[in-house]
Write a protein that binds this ligand. Structure first.
Ligand SMILES: [Zn+2]
Length: 192
């Protein structure tokens, strides 16, 4: 049920850390510093609401206690449709070019950095909303593996390395595909 009620505000309940101040000083302080959520906190709340809405919209709806890392992975894929980062497909002539000279039809995706930050906020929000750290789906290894895949894939497709090249000893990154026995995707589905 949608209503046009605005997001409720949460005034601070009793400033316990300010107990040394007398009542008059406390009032002054509260007047001078109205409670404003930090950007991180308000973003985290928005993310949490979005995720909650996403779970409710599933058929059948998923409760928070049923939520596992598969739901989180599906949520991340679902968000791609709102992405604004051009990620070139393998067939694109601009694959691997950081600064393409012309537009192309490759899809827009969520940038790896956005997803990584989002997961961090949701992971915190999950536990703040009563979830147990042991069962936190946002902390699951499968999510880490998925994000790493996205990061590496986008770095290649966009020609933009996310890491500063400090390591000199390993130049055989190109052999990674051939030498690794289990693909990250397989590892992800197995551990989730
Ligand atoms: Zn392209």
């Amino acid at each position: 049920m949608m209503s046009n009620v605005e997001t409720p505000r949460y005034p601070m309940e009793g400033g316990s850390s300010q107990s040394s101040l007398n009542h008059h000083q406390q009032q002054q302080q509260q007047q001078q510093q109205p409670t404003i959520l930090s950007r991180y906190e308000s973003q985290k709340r928005r993310d949490w609401n979005t995720f909650g809405q996403y779970l409710k919209n599933q058929r059948p709806p998923v409760t928070l206690s049923q939520c596992n890392c598969n739901h989180v992975l599906e949520f991340l894929r679902y968000l791609d449709q709102f992405g604004k980062t051009k990620v070139h497909l393998h067939g694109c002539v601009f694959f691997g070019q950081p600064d393409p000279p012309a537009p192309c039809t490759c899809p827009l995706r969520q940038a790896w950095g956005s997803l990584d930050a989002l997961i961090g906020r949701l992971r915190a929000a999950y536990e703040e909303n009563g979830g147990l750290p042991e069962s936190n789906p946002f902390g699951n290894g499968a999510i880490r593996v998925y994000l790493r895949e996205i990061k590496e894939g986008q770095a290649k497709a966009r020609g933009i390395p996310y890491k500063k090249k400090k390591k000199k000893k390993n130049q055989n990154l190109k052999h990674f595909k051939q030498s690794s026995t289990t693909t990250p995707a397989a590892a992800a589905s197995a551990s989730c």
